[in-house]
Design a protein around this ligand. Sequence first.
Ligand code: SF4
Length: 383
Amino acid sequence: MKHLCEQITEKRSLRAKERRMDWFDVDDLTWQDWRWQQAKRIRQSDELEKYIVLSADEKQAIAGTSASYRMAITPYYLTLIDPSNPMDPIRRQAVPSLEELHLEDDELVDPLGEEEFSPVPGVTHRYPDRVLLYTTHNCPVYCRHCNRRRKVSMPETMPARDTLSMGVNYIAEHAEVRDVLISGGDPLTFSDNRLEDLIKRLHAIKHLEIIRLATRNPVTLPQRVTPEFVEMLQKYHPIYISTHFNHPAECTQEAAQALRRLADVGCVINNQMVLLKGVNDDPHVVSQMNQWLLRHRCQPYYIFQLDTAEGISHFRTPLASGVNIIKALRGWTSGLAVPHYVVDLPGGGGKVSLQPNYLEDKNASTYLFRNYRGDLFEYKEGS
Ligand code: SF4
């Protein structure tokens, strides 16, 4: 008997397929071609209106954000939108809203101080033993909650090949760096050859122990994870994949296939969800998604509290929402499905984790804890 969630996934994939048939007159081979998906991204409101009815506010928002943070939606991701629901979680992540144009006092262009901690262009070195290496400013879908919108969506501003080489050289010259996170934009918008060239050079650095790829392609363009691509990756283990599922509506058969291909060649996959008001600030939503991810060999790793980037505050939740999600998961489902809830501190302070308070009292070396069911238990620590 199939898990209930898998049945829901099948139904969702079926509905998306029906929309695909109605909206796009292409054969399977074309639909599975990631370059076709990338080339046919929906970028203008008159294009988008062919598929979903836009509100006046949405049209104004698309026009108003086009100079600073563009819209792009792959045909695949578009078919996941339920057009009858104005608050659809995929729509909210992909279609601009007017709130993006209202800037708040505490919003920052570069909320994590990534430029300030950049020793050479294209690298952020904030933590002692690991660095971020930026590749491209292109992504299949420009997520409306992106914290790097200061440069993402402007592919013409992406680092040149020389800049990438400076980044690789920096890592080679810094023996303390044992972990690199290749990010962007989305590095999988590079061709396999270009990505392999970069990974190969990093892999050759003796002190670099692991290579991580940050990509939302399994969510927004799962067709990109081809057999050829994963065959290339498996030459450079240990490869870690950090992906970014935010809602069970993204958990489709195509996404499952992308995760399967990555896991089958030995990549270690984790998910970094961003907590978004009205999208996924609900323990049931997170639980459903995390259980699906685990079944597909992707470990829920982080829930990120939303950064204070410009134009995204309408997605920001109280911290209590994240803590309550952890509280609703811990004990009630596999520990593997319980991620770390973290706040990445503005200005480059790094991540701090938050969790429910289970400690009720302390007397000398005896602690009184309340467990996930609300029952009290004592624990005596060692001396
Ligand atoms: S995929 Fe990542 S980098 Fe690209 S728009 Fe979405 S959040 Fe930003």
